[in-house]
Write a protein that binds this ligand. Structure first.
Ligand SMILES: NC(=O)c1ccc[n+]([C@@H]2O[C@H](COP(=O)([O-])OP(=O)(O)OC[C@H]3O[C@@H](n4cnc5c(N)ncnc54)[C@H](OP(=O)(O)O)[C@@H]3O)[C@@H](O)[C@H]2O)c1
Length: 226
């Protein structure tokens, strides 16, 4: 365990989602994580000595809860939506505006913080490519990397196999996971470029926040190799 990060204090966004549930599980199990503050619009339904929750309604304005968001070492930002079937402006708002509102607040309040953001495989760092969702995620990543955090890391998983009871909030995604479970399991073992697990993703985020990583963008194979 690194001395500077002994007893890591973590803020988690999106703890009720598929990615966030997995990250929360690993945080609660990891002895290096001292406590977790989950900020969400709905409760996780979990109880644990390390876990505290803030139910917040306006994810573009955190001024009312700023005093609760200081003295944290890491933020795992797992809040995010699928672009499938969503109006582009709404997708841009929920992806870019919401993420930047939280991140700019946290960077100001916690200059020593490590910020990790979950995007996805295919994110477009040039912001110029033909795929709209990928441009939005690319701009979000690029602007996060400009903020005055101690460090920021962009996690780009491809597929994620949910383990240990983790479920997607998006019903069609959950249905696919149930039907395709054997295939996902095979891919998670044999195809690190295309599949990771909720457990590996959560553990990788904790390790990178604690120990750092040689580059700011982690693809699926990087996540699996940690
Ligand atoms: N699942 C995958 O296989 C996969 C793969 C690659 C990348 N990703 C990326 O990972 C991120 C999270 O995906 P996920 O699968 O965990 O999604 P999910 O299961 O649908 O969960 C979404 C999370 O975001 C929160 N959220 C959504 N809209 C919100 C809003 N308007 N205000 C406040 N909170 C809101 C949800 O809170 P509520 O519970 O209150 O709705 C939930 O905690 C996304 O950016 C996604 O692109 C996912």
């Amino acid at each position: 365990m690194s001395e500077t990060h002994a007893g890591m204090k973590v803020i988690l966004f999106g703890a009720t989602g598929m990615v966030g549930q997995g990250v929360l599980r690993e945080c609660l199990l990891d002895p290096d994580v001292e406590r977790v503050l989950a900020v969400g619009r709905s409760p996780t339904g979990q109880r644990h000595a390390k876990l505290r929750e803030i139910i917040h309604k306006d994810f573009t304005d955190f001024s009312g809860i700023e005093s609760e968001l200081t003295r944290y070492d890491a933020c795992f930002f797992c809040l995010g939506v699928s672009s499938v079937g969503m109006d582009h402006e709404r997708y841009r708002h929920l992806t870019y505006d919401v993420t930047m509102a939280a991140a700019t607040t946290l960077a100001r309040l916690n200059p020593g913080m490590v910020f990790t953001y979950v995007t996805g495989r295919g994110t477009d760092s040039t912001e110029q490519g033909p795929v709209r969702w990928a441009r939005v995620k690319g701009k979000t990543e690029n602007d996060l990397l400009k903020l005055p955090f101690k460090a920021a890391y962009m996690f780009r998983p491809a597929g994620i196999q949910p383990l240990h009871g983790v479920r997607s909030k998006t019903s069609w995604v959950q249905a696919i996971y149930v039907v395709a479970a054997p295939l996902l399991s095979w891919l998670a073992r044999n195809s690190p470029k295309y599949m990771t697990t909720s457990e590996k993703l959560g553990r990788a985020m904790i390790k990178v926040a604690r120990d750092g990583y040689p580059k700011p963008v982690l693809e699926s194979e990087d996540i699996n190799a940690i």
